[in-house]
Design a protein around this ligand. Structure first.
Ligand code: DGL
Length: 270
């Protein structure tokens, strides 16, 4: 039993999409979340920059005595997972790509047509393609970078024509030309536009890594006897820029009021 919090982090607010899934599966767990809202998006940045930022965040979470780190960001997982595991050998570190790749492979067969959408850096890493095919080499995977989604989501441009047109701009030809039937949302921001995507393409099976990662977290905590028991600790949400957008989106994603949240500013360069 271990009542210490789990550290979650992302370039911004995307990783928040994991949190309601965690609380519904493991309600006794507590989190310390870090969103690097001052420097988001990471998805088109140089790998060396992303590594520098991710190391700063992981050092900060380690200083808060988290029992596990969850990289709730595909871009950081694709670029920094091995390095962070080497830096913190005593803290279990969970990346988001493998659990989603395993899920995609488990519900598809050689006739399926799997599309992966993600940031430029995640797509360039080829991690989804490789990990899905490691599960089943017969699977067909098609990848597409969709970099405009994150800035729109961070701006709160979601339930409107601008977002829907952007979805069609990226996905119409991609889905049609490759006959995609299963779509992996390879960026933790994208579950926020899941409904938009499903409304435009109702036939698609959508795989949500922000949900799939939770069973991996549960397995590791169970194996290591680190599940929390009754827990009266607080959940704390840090951001490097406590912007109005972040505050609005956190309330929307967690379906809660600002007064019920502990929000803290943390500038990692200080
Ligand atoms: N949520 C991050 C991911 O899963 C967003 C990337 C970004 O900051 O561009 O990749």
């Amino acid at each position: 039993m271990d009542n210490r919090p789990i550290g979650f982090f992302d370039s911004g607010l995307g990783g928040l999409t994991c949190i309601p899934n965690l609380f519904s599966e493991l309600p006794q767990e507590r989190v310390i979340y870090f969103g690097d809202t001052a420097r988001t998006p990471y998805g088109s940045k140089a790998v060396s920059t992303i590594r520098h930022y991710a190391t700063q965040i992981a050092d900060f979470l380690a200083s808060k005595d988290v029992k596990m780190m969850v990289i709730a960001c595909n871009t950081i997982t694709a670029t920094c997972l091995d390095e962070l595991r080497q830096r913190f050998p005593d803290i279990p570190i969970v990346g988001i790509i493998k659990p989603a790749a395993v899920k995609a492979a488990s519900c598809c067969d050689e006739f399926s047509r799997i599309g992966v959408i993600a940031t430029k850096v995640t797509i360039a890493s080829d991690d989804y393609n490789r990990m899905i095919k490691e599960q089943n080499p017969q699977l067909k995977v098609f990848s597409k970078a969709t970099p405009a989604f994150v800035p729109l989501i961070e701006e709160g441009i979601i339930d409107n024509d601008i977002m829907n047109l952007t979805i069609k701009y990226y996905l119409d030809d991609f889905i049609k030309e490759n006959s995609i039937d299963t779509l992996v949302l390879g960026c933790t921001h994208y579950p926020i536009i899941r409904k938009n995507i499903q409304n435009i393409y109702p036939q698609l099976r959508i795989i949500n890594p922000s949900y799939e990662i939770i069973s991996r977290i549960k397995d590791i905590l169970t194996e290591k006897d680190m599940l929390a028991a009754e827990n009266d600790r607080e959940n704390i949400f840090y951001a490097s820029d406590l912007s109005e957008n972040f505050v609005n989106m956190i309330q929307k994603v967690l379906e809660t009021e600002k007064s019920d949240l502990i929000l803290k500013f943390k500038n990692l360069d200080l």
